[in-house]
Design a protein around this ligand. Structure first.
Ligand code: ZN
Length: 176
């Protein structure tokens, strides 16, 4: 690992040393919990595992410096995008139940299918939404007015994370 991180023994993750929030360029004065932590994975079968203090990792968590106002924006955007999409789903579901004869059947089936996926993701936890395109799209739209990057987009712009990604690490958990 490079000198821009230190290892947090207690939480088993790499925390950034920089105190400059990469989203707004402001100086962060708060603690490390406002950082954006991203988990990277590498298949165990591959040999050149990440080595830090003689410990081998097949998954690591790397922090990107983020101040608390930016963290609040990210959380609000994540929540708002889910609420907007949920409202849209409820509307579409209601329409397909009220006017079953007025709309094509494939529409109702599609709506029910999306309902089902949404609730599966909802129970699978927050991070599973990164695979769900409508939510990602809404997040990108909502974050625009705040003039900062979306959390997940910034991860790909971080030099260390970019290096890891080009060396076989992935943001998605490898299939067992
Ligand atoms: Zn910030």
């Amino acid at each position: 690992m490079d000198e821009r991180y230190s290892f947090d023994e207690e939480k088993k993750r790499f925390k950034p040393i920089s105190k400059i929030c990469i989203y707004c360029n402001g100086v962060k004065t708060d603690n490390d919990d406002t950082n954006f932590y991203i988990k990277l994975y590498k298949e165990k079968k591959r040999l050149n595992l990440f080595i830090y203090r003689n410990v081998k990792y097949s998954s690591i968590e790397i922090g990107i410096p983020r101040c608390s106002p930016c963290k609040k924006i990210h959380e609000k955007v994540e929540l708002d995008s889910k609420i907007i999409f949920l409202g849209f789903l409820i509307l579409m579901t209601t329409i397909s139940f009220i006017y079953p004869s007025g709309i094509p059947q494939y529409f109702s089936i599609t709506v029910l299918l999306i309902d089902f996926i949404f609730f599966l993701l909802f129970f699978a936890g927050d991070f599973s939404f990164k695979y769900f395109l409508p939510i990602k799209y809404l997040q990108k739209r909502l974050i625009k007015k705040h003039k900062i990057l979306a959390a997940i987009d910034s991860a790909k712009k971080d030099k260390t994370i970019e290096d890891c990604l080009s060396n076989g690490w992935t943001i998605n958990e490898p299939n067992p």
